[in-house]
Write a protein that binds this ligand. Structure first.
Ligand SMILES: [Zn+2]
Length: 409
């Protein structure tokens, strides 16, 4: 016997009443108001959200799923990467957000949406079942490409996963459901696999950095490019450069495993700084790696002030440098402006997160990277279920892996 949708709704409603979830009825009713476009039976009445309740301790809390308004979207979370920002917040709460639902590198599937929701932020259609990511809300104005992370409270920037707690509670991607309110930026990325979708946000940081680097006019197909730091950011930097046709890349790091990975991501040469004593020897190693040349351009992808000071030596006169490693205040770096900047005429750009436009480019980057066989998905070295969120953050802080992710079943 075929059971029609209305019957299913009636049965589910009955069950919900029987198990006494009064708060769930409002939520359920809102789904039934959506004209049958929602698989009502598959949506639970509550969501599980990892809330950082104090420094170094998440608690997975259960909250009722709020009613989905005409402009809102309910997303079943599939996975979310752990970012350095999450690790800093976990360890020290520099943004003063506790209690907070973290996780901003997340992705999942639309399970319910209001009747006014038709298109994503790029104008693509949205449907139940589409895979999506959210993004920071930026004004697409060249004067405002900066997101001021130094503010005490970053709530004003509308980044899911860095919002202050509120009555919705479903504000971060370290959860099984996230509640995306009307007016948020959201992108339909159904054509990307789960691993790629988890890597969109960190990849966008590199797409933006390379766009910043291009403003110097120095990056060319045949440029010699040094990438210092082979954590997830440096490795993705190499992959972005490789997908744009730059092949002469030297990766610099102190970890042999990461340098091996850098080769898989497209670096031709590697330099392990641990093998050299002093900046002259290290500079010579970079010079030798390019067959007797300094770098035309360098990307600084570590948060170490000493690494910032060193990198000028690796760059030729008239070359360029993009500094993108300092997501948090790592202290002062000592450079000699005469030798390092002026007399070499270094073209220096800083890079900070990304813009909405970079997001679109990032989706294409991930497809191109896959197309040319770069193992970008292998960046995800550890996967934890939501219940093991504390372990996941500790693994991130121990720096034994590359990208750590929470993945829901
Ligand atoms: Zn991040």
């Amino acid at each position: 016997m075929a059971v029609n949708e209305q019957d299913v709704e009636k049965i589910v409603k009955q069950i919900l009443n029987e198990i006494g979830g009064t708060s769930s009825n409002a939520a359920f009713n809102s789904y039934s108001n959506l004209g049958g476009s929602t698989p009502a039976g598959s949506i639970p009445k509550t969501a599980h959200v990892a809330v950082l309740v104090e420094k170094e301790r998440f608690e997975v809390k259960e909250y009722p799923i709020p009613p989905v308004g005409d402009d809102d979207i309910l997303v079943r979370v599939e996975g979310c990467g752990v970012c350095g920002t999450d690790a800093h917040e976990f360890k020290r709460d520099p943004f003063n957000l506790i209690p907070v639902a973290l996780g901003h590198e997340g992705t999942g599937e639309i399970v319910a949406m209001g009747k006014n929701v038709k298109k994503d932020s790029a104008g693509k259609d949205l449907h139940i079942g589409d895979k999506v990511v959210t993004c920071m809300i930026f004004k697409d104005d060249p004067e405002i490409t900066m997101f001021d992370m130094n503010k005490q409270n970053v709530g004003g920037a509308d980044v899911y996963g860095l919002l202050p707690d509120d009555d919705y509670h479903l504000n971060g991607w370290f959860s099984d459901y996230i509640f995306v309110r009307g007016g948020s930026t959201i992108f339909n990325v159904s054509d990307l696999d789960l691993d790629s979708r988890i890597l969109i946000e960190p990849s966008a940081v590199l797409v933006h950095a390379v766009e910043r680097a291009k403003t110097t006019g120095i990056l060319k197909f045949n440029s010699r490019v040094a990438v210092q730091g082979c954590g997830p950011i440096g490795l993705l930097c190499i992959a972005v450069l490789r997908t744009m046709g730059i092949e002469n890349i030297t990766a610099i790091d102190g970890n042999p495993g990461r340098l091996e990975f850098a080769k898989k991501m497209g670096a031709n040469q590697t330099v392990n700084f641990g093998d050299y004593q002093g900046i002259e020897a290290l500079t010579k190693a970079v010079y030798d790696s390019f067959g007797g040349h300094l770098a035309d351009f360098a990307f600084q992808c570590t948060g170490n002030p000493k690494a910032h000071a060193n990198i000028y030596k690796f760059i030729r006169n008239g070359g360029g440098l993009c500094e993108l490693g300092f997501f948090v205040n790592g202290g002062n770096a000592e450079i000699n402006p005469h030798f390092d900047l002026c007399s070499k005429e270094i073209n220096l750009v800083g890079s900070w997160v990304y813009t909405l436009r970079d997001y679109g480019t990032t989706f294409d980057f991930l497809k191109r990277a896959k197309g040319i066989g770069l193992p970008v998905a292998e960046l995800i070295t550890h996967r934890f279920p939501l219940q093991e969120i504390n372990e996941a953050l500790k693994t991130n802080l121990a720096m034994t892996g590359l990208k750590i992710a929470i993945v829901n079943q």
